[in-house]
Design a protein around this ligand. Sequence first.
Ligand SMILES: [Zn+2]
Length: 116
Amino acid sequence: MGAPSHDTTPIARTDHQCQQCGRTIRPGEKYHRWDGLYDGTWQTTKTCAQCRHLQDDLWNVDERSEDFETGDEAYAWLGEVDWNDVVLRTGDLLWNLRRDGFRLQWADRVYPKSTP
Ligand SMILES: [Zn+2]
């Protein structure tokens, strides 16, 4: 059995920082929030909508991480993705644009920014 955790998609009321790309999630934006017991303490991670879409897409092409505690499949940690390998495996050059979007904190975005 996995550690207790839950996922929510709240609307930001104050600024938050995306823990994947580092950009500021502004009030009114929807983001992904994960709360869970990890290593004996409660932890929270916040992910912006674009990074979450990217994680979803990576999941769908079997680019996944392993949960450190449970060994279960988990969403990829975007900073550790081997993008060249994803391009080679899928034959889809759009992954280069997605990677660049992530690195530029979605300033030059592939995925639409979430609207309030
Ligand atoms: Zn992000």
